[in-house]
Design a protein around this ligand. Structure first.
Ligand code: FES
Length: 159
C-alpha cells in the first residue's frame, strides 16, 4: 500500500514538472534533470508521464535516459564519487588510483556500497587535467589523487 502511494506521489510531481517545462525548446533533457534533482534519480514511474507530456514514445524517453550516464535509475548513496577515466588522468596513474578506490570502498562502477554510503561513477574529464588524476566528491573536485587523498575520501564517505 505504501508503495502505491509513493508511485502516486512520483507521478503527481513528475506531471507537475513536465507541465511546467514542456514549453521549453528541447524540453526532454531539462525535464530529466529536474526530475533527477527532485528525486535523486529518474524513477521508472516518471517515464510514461514524460512520454505522454512530450508526445514521445516510452522507448524514446528510455533511450535518452539510458544513453546519458548522469541519469540514475535508482537513488544514489549519501555521497557520489566521480572518478575521471579520460586520457590525461589515465596517463598519470588514474587506473591504479581507481582500482584502489574501488577496493577500498568495495564498489564497482555505477554501484552503491551496501551501507548506502557512496555511489561510484566514472566521468570522462573534469576539466582538471593539469592536476591529474582527478575525482569529484559530492561536487567538489579533488586533484592529484594519491594514497593520502584516497584515504581522505574513504574516511569522508564513511563518516
Ligand atoms: S582527463 Fe581527467 S580531468 Fe581531464
Amino acid at each position: 500500500m505504501k508503495m502505491q502511494s509513493e508511485d502516486v506521489g512520483i507521478t503527481a510531481r513528475a506531471t507537475s514538472i513536465v507541465d511546467e517545462m514542456k514549453k521549453l525548446e528541447g524540453p526532454l533533457l531539462p525535464i530529466l534533470h529536474e526530475i533527477q534533482n527532485e528525486f535523486g534519480y529518474v524513477p521508472r514511474e516518471a517515464l510514461p508521464v514524460i512520454a505522454s507530456g512530450l508526445n514521445l514514445s516510452r522507448a524514446d524517453v528510455y533511450g535518452v535516459v539510458s544513453f546519458y550516464h548522469d541519469y540514475r535509475d535508482q537513488p544514489a548513496g549519501r555521497h557520489v564519487l566521480k572518478v575521471c577515466r579520460a586520457e590525461s588522468c589515465q596517463a598519470m596513474g588514474g587506473d591504479e588510483m581507481a582500482d584502489r578506490l574501488r577496493d577500498a570502498l568495495g564498489v564497482d562502477w555505477h554501484e552503491t556500497s551496501k551501507d548506502g554510503a557512496v555511489t561510484l561513477e566514472p566521468v570522462y574529464c573534469l576539466g582538471l587535467c593539469a592536476c591529474s588524476p582527478s575525482a569529484m566528491l559530492d561536487g567538489e573536485v579533488i586533484g592529484r589523487l594519491d594514497e593520502d587523498r584516497i584515504g581522505e575520501i574513504v574516511a569522508e564517505v564513511r563518516q
